[in-house]
Design a protein around this ligand. Sequence first.
Ligand code: 5AD
Ligand code: SF4
Length: 466
Amino acid sequence: MQKAFDIGLDSLVGGELGSVPESSFLANAPQRGTFYLETFGCQMNEHDSEKVAGVLLSRGYRQVDSVEAASFVLYNTCSIREKAAQKVFSRLGEFRGVSGEPKKIGVLGCVAQQEGEKIFHRSPWVSLVCGSASYSKLPELLAQLEAGEKRVTGLDTDTDETFETELTRRDNPWRAYLTIIEGCDKACSYCVVPFTRGPERSRASDSILRELRQLAELGYTEVQFLGQTVNSYADPSSRKMKFSELLLAAAEMPGIRRVRFTTSHPRDFGRDIVEAIETSDRICNHVHLPVQSGSTRVLRAMQRTYSREEYLQKIAMMREAKKQITITSDIIVGFPGETEKEFEETLSLMEAVKYESVFSFKYSPRPNTSAQSMPDAIPEEEKSRRLAVLLELQRKIQSEANEKLAGNLFDVHVEGKSRKENQWSGHTSCYRVVNFSSSQPDLLGSYVPVKVTSATPNCLIGKHEL
Ligand code: 5AD
Ligand code: SF4
């Protein structure tokens, strides 16, 4: 993935990880060995892993931070692009011919769903293959493994269940992630997600709000609602809460200061979401609204269900809002048949929107998808060239926009402390990274006003306003 806007905390040290107290029932769980869990891919996968770890901890496993120390090694995999999918096979290859005490190996997530039992043939030392739509069965699958079964699978996608756990081992002490909708019912022609994560399933609003209350009681002040198409949320309970109503209800939760959500699909993005952002200062003024291409012809071939003009209307609606909203996007270059002119339409759309950040990707053909068999593949070098042009343009757009922010005051949620004395880092409500200096101690987790003094294309630099 090429990021034009770095939202990481490079060279900064985060807070103490996993600081959320674990439930007391863990004390009574039988001791079952150790597990190591490595995660690839998106935020949804990261959060699934937090829940998988919760299931293992509550069954009496202990988490360790190296393969060597573990009796059970799990990989939560990503197959959105070919490169991501290959990573897990190189990890699995490392176990070939290894002697000593045999470890149990499990493959979870999108590659597990996509490759299924083929994984056992390629890597016979694997004993668990489970896709995300079957995670609710994980306790049963683990019980089968513990009873001595050699090969266990969870590969159904025809479920209407979401994966809810009694315990989630949260890795980010500042922002809690909460999946509100799983799977995807869209059918973008390049995308494996509908195959690997199954059909769309929303979680009942009262269960979401109950978990949010618990998170607030644990001390979390920021929550991020997750879903592949988070704004397609359809409350399955009789309350029939709309997505925008859920955002407003979350913002009212005592203790919660910031509510984020990602990823939104342009088709389902209505004015009511903008109104919710306008209404509540606790709903973050940042919308991730992937466009994928600026050409209506390519968007049709991608089956994105909107045209360039329709997308731009959504952008105009946001830019006209009473509050400034940061807009970020995902873009694919080199989709089959994308002409130079069509690529330039993507560039002109970027100029028109002036995204605050863009994640850009070279098209990668994926199994089962309809784009895989489309003619007129774009050569790899041409995809790389287009990506470089796009990144350069985005860099210019960001530099110009960020430089204009000098002198502005932002409320920053402090998430990192630099190794350098008196240097801190965090995010604004609009999800910009701010690196700043402060003479105050113990700022982690707090919200502080920061005056911007300068900027780079990827972050703002400022000073704690005392
Ligand atoms: N090739 C390249 N990029 C892809 N994405 C999804 N599928 C592919 C693919 N086959 C990108 C899209 C999506 C993001 C998560 O990954 O831009 O929004
Ligand atoms: Fe994939 Fe499209 Fe669904 Fe996003 S909306 S997960 S790109 S199929």
